[in-house]
Design a protein around this ligand. Structure first.
Ligand code: FE
Ligand code: FE
Ligand code: FE
Ligand code: ZN
Length: 189
């Protein structure tokens, strides 16, 4: 590369622009513990939203393996809601949800995938795609929550959150297997 072609570093990138600094809300978290609890409320909302949304996903699946996997994850998810209630209890906090914009968006995308696919192998592939985005969001969330719980010395909460993290990883692996074994083969016919 000639010297003249080298990208010139953008000076503004490294300059702190005060206009971009977000002012915290009145109830903004000032300690990690507060942010931890806010994050628990977020995933509590998300898990409850999944309990409502998963039956529709299962109804729209054609593959028996996929239907069973979603319905099994529904009962796992119901238990995750109860587990989160235990986490709130351990922390001496009331179990309450706060809208998770990410999960709301993922579920909205899932709905449009249903509309955009004909029932059968192609819709199944869409359901798996949407479900894996959801599982990956949950894996990221519980990974962070486990780390926060450990750093804060909340070891009992960390144990419960680790159990859920494993379940989300398991669900993701199962979806991978279903996709590889059945759906992708048929969808490609
Ligand atoms: Fe979950
Ligand atoms: Fe969220
Ligand atoms: Fe998208
Ligand atoms: Zn899940």
């Amino acid at each position: 590369m000639k010297n003249s072609e080298k990208p010139t570093p953008n000076k503004t990138v490294h300059t702190k622009d005060n206009k971009n600094i977000v002012s915290p809300l009145a109830d903004a978290a000032s300690e990690l513990k507060d942010f931890f609890i806010d994050s628990l409320k977020d995933i509590y909302w998300a898990e409850n939203a999944l309990v409502s949304a998963l039956p529709k996903m299962a109804s729209n699946a054609t593959s028996p393996a996929l239907t069973v996997a979603i319905l099994e994850h529904l009962s796992v998810t119901e238990n995750q809601v109860v587990r989160l209630q235990k986490v709130f209890e351990l922390l001496g906090e009331k179990a309450e949800g706060k809208k998770c914009e990410a999960m709301a968006g993922l579920l909205k995308e899932g709905d449009s995938i249903l509309q955009e696919t004909v029932p059968g192998a192609v819709r199944d592939a869409g359901i798996i795609a949407a479900s894996q985005k959801i599982e990956h969001y949950e894996i990221a969330t519980y990974g962070t929550l486990c780390a926060f719980a450990k750093v804060l010395g909340e070891n009992d909460a960390a144990k419960l959150l680790t159990q859920t993290l494993s379940e989300e990883k398991e669900a993701d692996c199962l979806l991978n297997d279903i996709a590889l074994n059945a759906v992708n083969m048929v969808a490609a016919e």
